[in-house]
Write a protein that binds this ligand. Sequence first.
Ligand SMILES: [Fe+2]
Ligand SMILES: [Fe+2]
Length: 168
Amino acid sequence: MTETMRQDRPHGHLHELLLGELFELLGAENQLLSGLQRMADAAHRDALQAVLRLHLRETEMHIERLKLVFQELGISPRRKKSKAMEGLLREAEDLIDELADTPAVRDAALIAMAQKVEHYEIAAYGCVLTYAELMELPEVSALLAQTLDEEKQTDELLTEIALEVVEP
Ligand SMILES: [Fe+2]
Ligand SMILES: [Fe+2]
């Protein structure tokens, strides 16, 4: 984009940043669908399995909401593969294999991995929400804030389960 084009459009730099992050979030959420399924299947405790399965349904909603965001912005959705999410999910996969014989320890490790994933999403949605607010896009902001809330709630639920699972 040329400097003249940027000047023609208010918030030109932010617009680019916002789109880049949104493409990556759409990639990350899609990658997470199979990751959460795998983690839920590997969870031993019912409570942990339930939270992971619930969040799998919510993740499907997050993808739908991102599509609505793109619709609001008049942009066709594009997925960019998230290397961060790929790394986190690969790490989770390794732990699932390594801790196959110790279900309680594996649950604790799964909680830690799931929280790392949520913290990544919280950071990413926090950024795009700030951009959208600065760009004065209330509809987009509302959609992103809704998803951000669900990511935070999941993180809190995982902490609650961790306190039950992880014994000193
Ligand atoms: Fe999400
Ligand atoms: Fe999430």
